[in-house]
Design a binder for this molecule. Structure first.
Ligand code: F6R
Length: 592
């Protein structure tokens, strides 16, 4: 959440580059944005509320002169979405500017103390304490990096921040704790950013910043220090070329592009090292207990994984919401295997849990999409989704590939990795059919239901998590209330909400859950529900039939989730929402 970028060059046009890089990080936050540049020894700051393009139209962020600057795209935490709360934030003398991702937990005490010492605050943000603290340190004669080294240990919480100062105009200084920060170098240019994707195609060397490390960037030279201020040499990695691809390829929205490319990305999920899967499968089989931890869609994928582990590998595992993991920390031991699932590899709730589990001696295996992530660094072993950059805020192709990885892992437990690869390859064709058959049908269905306020999604067994995932997709991008639940639960309370015309989405494939799920659909229908069924089998009880191809029982989640993504997408666009940037949300959730 929040994208930060710092850039040192020699060409006087740094703000253009900063603006373009911010565009690539807009999925991290899009309620406001701003840029600060050092130009002729002066600090120039422009910022405003709204999507980046709108702010740029109004304030010309990309036309601010200067060779060195910083930029920010915000997802508000402390302080409302106002111009004054938009980053960058400055010190009293307008000589230092700071951008920040994360939360300074102790900002209230720090702010009170600074105000006592006559610092003037303009915003309600936690971030603003940082430039004022740096100001104090620089007044004592410290350089910008010495000031950062003095201030960072006094900040509690999580942060990645970048600072510039008119006293040292060629420099950007950055540090991180808990929130991500990478440094990228090209010829006569240096970048620091929340995300390596922002730097796509511009750098030759990439450095992952460790906890507490400090980077001092200039166009010619970049140096690193550890948290005690000792110079360190860091190993560069080569930026991954695939992650350079982030255009919409003619689609109106990234979400639609990402839904449509799923038959291909699913194939990419099978490009795996069998030995690694075999080793992880052994870890799973040997562990006394397995805890899967994840948030949101990733957790729903884990719930499908739990069925696969149980029915194929005969191994039970517990799925714990990452934000609740800490409350179960006492149960984690050396014989626990923690399986952490995260598209971004950055979600702070997941990282927190994994850190706790590591301290307790647990083995950590992660399933991640993004290369070079914080979660990857904390894991003993990582399995990658291979679905390329996912820009739309709603998880689509990453969810499907998470299902595929669980499928491969479950079958690796019974020495059937190769068969599982073949099955997924075949199912990728069925995913393509599910899209072809349904895209227009679903757009038509939304005509009838786009003004409804409540949707219920039901399914059973391995398909239940798909009901939850479908409901999450609908609510997050179309802002319609939706609930997903096991179909058998409906009668234990929620059925009282069903009235004439209430839409009930029934995921009812012709598998071992079919009869009972259909029975629950009939019960809902008897109370006036309109039944929209996702199934390979038609039935007179359905008001709308979203047809999916027949596949093996354990593969239905992969084909039934796709029409639900399309339903959410068409509902959102019909209601005039931008599905790529739903209100109040952002893609990488790096706050607690
Ligand atoms: C929903 C969605 C979120 C994420 C969740 C976890 O469409 O995208 O619910 O699944 O924030 O994110 P990752 O997988 O990056 O840890």
């Amino acid at each position: 959440m929040c994208g930060i970028i710092g850039y040192c060059s020699k060409n006087g046009k740094a703000s253009q580059v900063i603006f373009e890089d911010l565009k690539r990080m807009e999925y991290r936050g899009y309620d406001s944005s701003g840029v600060a540049m050092i130009s002729d020894g002066k600090l120039l700051v422009k910022k405003g509320v709204g999507k980046l393009e709108e702010v740029n139209r109004k304030y010309k962020l990309d036309k601010i002169p200067g060779s060195v600057g910083i930029g920010h795209t915000r997802w508000a935490t402390h302080g409302g979405v106002t111009q004054i709360n938009t980053h960058p934030h400055c010190d009293c003398r307008n000589e230092i500017a700071v951008i920040h991702n994360g939360i300074v937990d102790n900002y209230q005490e720090l702010r009170k103390d600074l105000i006592k010492r006559k610092h003037r605050f303009l915003s309600e943000t936690d971030t603003e304490v940082i430039p004022h603290m740096l100001e104090d340190e620089m007044k004592r004669g410290r350089s910008l990096e010495e000031a950062v080294m003095a201030v960072a240990p006094r900040l509690e919480g999580s942060y990645a921040f970048l600072a510039i100062s008119t006293n040292e105009p060629g420099k950007v200084v950055g540090t991180r704790k808990g929130s991500p920060l990478v440094v990228g170098l090209g010829k006569n240019k240096a970048f620091a950013a929340s995300d390596s994707m922002a730097l796509a195609g511009q750098i030759d060397q990439l450095y992952m910043m460790g906890e507490g490390e400090i980077a001092v960037l200039t166009a010619d030279k970049t140096v690193f220090f550890d948290s005690t201020g000792r110079p360190i040499s860091k190993k560069a990695t080569k930026p991954d070329a695939v992650w350079n691809d982030n255009n919409k390829e003619g689609y109106e929205y990234f979400m639609l592009k990402e839904i449509m490319e799923q038959p291909d990305t699913l194939l990419a999920a099978t490009h795996q090292d069998k030995d690694v899967f075999t080793a992880v499968a052994l870890d799973v089989l040997r562990a006394d207990q397995i805890i899967v931890t994840a948030c949101g869609s990733s957790r729903y994928a884990a719930l499908v994984g739990r069925y696969l582990f149980s029915s194929v590998g005969k191994k039970f595992c517990e799925v714990v919401m990452a934000s609740e993991f800490q409350y179960f920390a006492e149960s984690v031991s050396r014989n626990t295997l923690v399986l952490a699932i995260s598209q971004s590899g950055e979600t702070l709730d997941v990282i927190d849990g994994v850190e706790l589990a590591r301290k307790a001696g647990a083995r950590i295996v992660s399933i991640i999409n993004r290369p070079q992530s914080l979660l990857g660094e904390l894991s003993h072993n990582v399995l990658y989704l291979n679905c390329g950059p996912e820009i739309g805020v709603a998880a689509t192709k990453s969810f499907l590939n998470q299902l595929a990885i669980f499928y491969l892992l479950a079958f690796s437990m019974v020495h059937s990795f190769d068969m599982a690869v073949d099955n997924i390859r075949k199912v990728s064709r069925q995913v393509a059919r599910a899209i072809d058959w349904n895209n227009d049908v679903i757009a038509g269905i939304t005509k009838e239901y786009h003004d409804k306020n409540d949707f219920y999604y039901i399914a059973r067994g391995i398909n239940f998590a798909i009901a939850s995932e479908g409901a999450l997709k609908l609510k997050e991008i179309s802002y319609i209330h939706a609930e997903g639940m096991p179909a058998g639960e409906l009668k234990h309370g929620t059925l009282s909400l069903i009235e004439e015309g209430t839409p009930v989405l029934v995921i009812c494939p012709g598998d071992f859950t079919y009869k009972e799920t259909l029975g629950n659909a009939i019960e809902a229908k008897a109370r006036g529900a309109r039944i929209i069924a996702v199934s390979d089998v038609n039935n007179e009880v359905y008001d709308h039939w979203i047809r999916i191809p027949r596949v093996h029982d354990l593969l239905y989640p992969m084909v039934s989730v796709v029409p639900l993504q399309l339903l959410a997408y068409h509902m959102a666009t019909r209601r005039g929402r931008n599905p790529d940037m739903p209100r109040n949300l952002a893609k990488s959730v790096t706050v607690r």
